[in-house]
Design a protein around this ligand. Structure first.
Ligand SMILES: C[S@@+](CC[C@H](N)C(=O)[O-])C[C@H]1O[C@@H](n2cnc3c(N)ncnc32)[C@H](O)[C@@H]1O
Length: 376
């Protein structure tokens, strides 16, 4: 019988439901959606599969336990009562990170030290180690997170955050996180056989994520994960997950994706990133101003993350550009347009009321995702 584990897929604020959808699409139906995270129970094979496939989650963690603690003694004892040996082998390296919000135990460094000591005691007892643990093996980063005295103890299965796909070798001033770019694409109804354009492509994140989605390429195929060396998973399950990703990739799916930007240097960066992502010349890149957008096709999808004009001095210019861009797009009623910006006057400047709006955070910047559905 395969090991059952409870997993946490962490999500940026506003993306939880999309992460949950992705988890369910991988076959794990029983999801619990909370602020900033999606919980689900699955067999150990879900660890490599979720790490490889989830496009919009920040990280995958294994939940070890949850309980209430208001004293250090209680934190120590309840941590020690958890079955750490199920996850961490005798030689496992287990640093502890932490956070505490609105909790009696507010000293994060003390909580970390207590959890470290408690897990070490448990492992020494279970493995019959009298002296110290070597910690020379695989990497098991424990997180102790307190929220209103509720303690969550988990182990990070991803390592570097999942937004690091491994293809971004260059970037511009304000690159979009790959996970958010994938979410922007997933929030449209675009299908791989339809035209897709990002006229503010910068380092190319949105078109690259669209191409990976279009050809069903697992976003994590090009990188490593902390849990690759875990005994709990084993190299077989990792190999199988990689084989599955290779089998499901549809490299023959033709794509009509274009990225353009006013800055020719960004086009070079985007090209290099697409090459690194293994997309070759699947995406068309060109230097162009957004107002010069004149597509051949009457219908298509345009997804963009233009400058927001937040810096002093930029605002007037950016707002002028939004106006000009809006005028061009009003001539193209068949196109569906999706724009992420923090500018609250966007609809007025663009000259049209959005069909739908969705609040999203781009890092710490509060933005709206304006969605204008195209007609037939
Ligand atoms: C916020 S950045 C986009 C970042 C991109 N999503 C990424 O992940 O790298 C905005 C981009 O819009 C470009 N830009 C600014 N004004 C433009 C215009 N009038 N037409 C086309 N692109 C423009 C900038 O050069 C910049 O690369």
């Amino acid at each position: 019988m395969k090991q059952q584990v409870t997993l946490i897929a962490t999500a940026a604020m506003g993306l939880e439901s999309i992460v949950a959808q992705e988890v369910r699409a991988l076959g794990y139906q029983d999801t619990t959606v909370e602020n900033g995270r999606v919980l689900f129970t699955a067999d150990a094979a879900a660890i490599p599969r979720c790490n490889l496939w989830l496009r919009t989650a920040d990280r995958i963690k294994v939940l070890v336990g949850q309980f209430e603690a208001k004293t250090f003694d209680s934190l120590f004892e309840q941590t020690k009562a958890l079955p750490w040996e199920r996850y961490i082998p005798e030689d496992g390296e287990f640093p502890v990170i932490g956070k505490s919000v609105k909790s009696t135990l507010y000293s994060v460094s003390d909580c970390q030290a207590i959890v470290k000591k408690s897990v070490a005691e448990r492992l020494k007892q279970k493995y019959g180690v009298a002296s110290w643990l070597e910690e020379s093996g695989g990497f098991y980063r424990i997180e102790v997170a307190l929220h209103k005295d509720q303690v969550t103890l988990s182990i990070d299965a991803s390592g570097t955050g999942l937004h690091k796909r491994g293809y971004r070798i260059g970037q511009g001033e304000a690159p979009l996180k790959e996970t958010l770019a994938a979410a922007l694409v997933k929030l449209t109804n675009w299908r791989a056989d339809q035209p897709f354009v990002d006229p503010f492509c910068g380092s190319g994140t949105i078109p690259i994520e669209a191409a990976l989605i279009g050809q069903n390429i697992a976003p994590g195929f090009n990188r490593e994960f902390a849990s690759e060396s875990w005994e709990l998973v084993g190299s077989d399950l990792w190999e199988r997950a990689h084989e599955e990703a290779e089998d499901l990739a549809d490299y023959d799916q033709p794509l009509d994706i274009t990225g353009s930007d006013i800055d020719h240097r960004m086009i070079e960066v985007a090209k290099d990133n697409a090459m690194e992502a293994g997309l070759g010349d699947l995406v068309a890149w060109k230097q162009m101003q957004a107002k010069d957008f004149h597509p051949q096709q009457a219908t298509g999808y345009l997804v963009g993350n233009p400058p927001y004009g937040e810096r002093i001095g930029d605002k007037a210019e950016v707002e002028k550009m939004y106006r000009e861009f809006g005028k061009v797009m009003q001539q193209l009623p068949g196109w569906s347009v999706y724009i992420l910006t923090s500018n609250e006057r966007f609809e007025t400047l663009y000259g049209k009321k959005a069909t739908k709006k969705r609040k999203l955070f781009n890092g710490y910047i509060k933005t709206d995702y304006y969605q204008f559905f195209g007609g037939k």
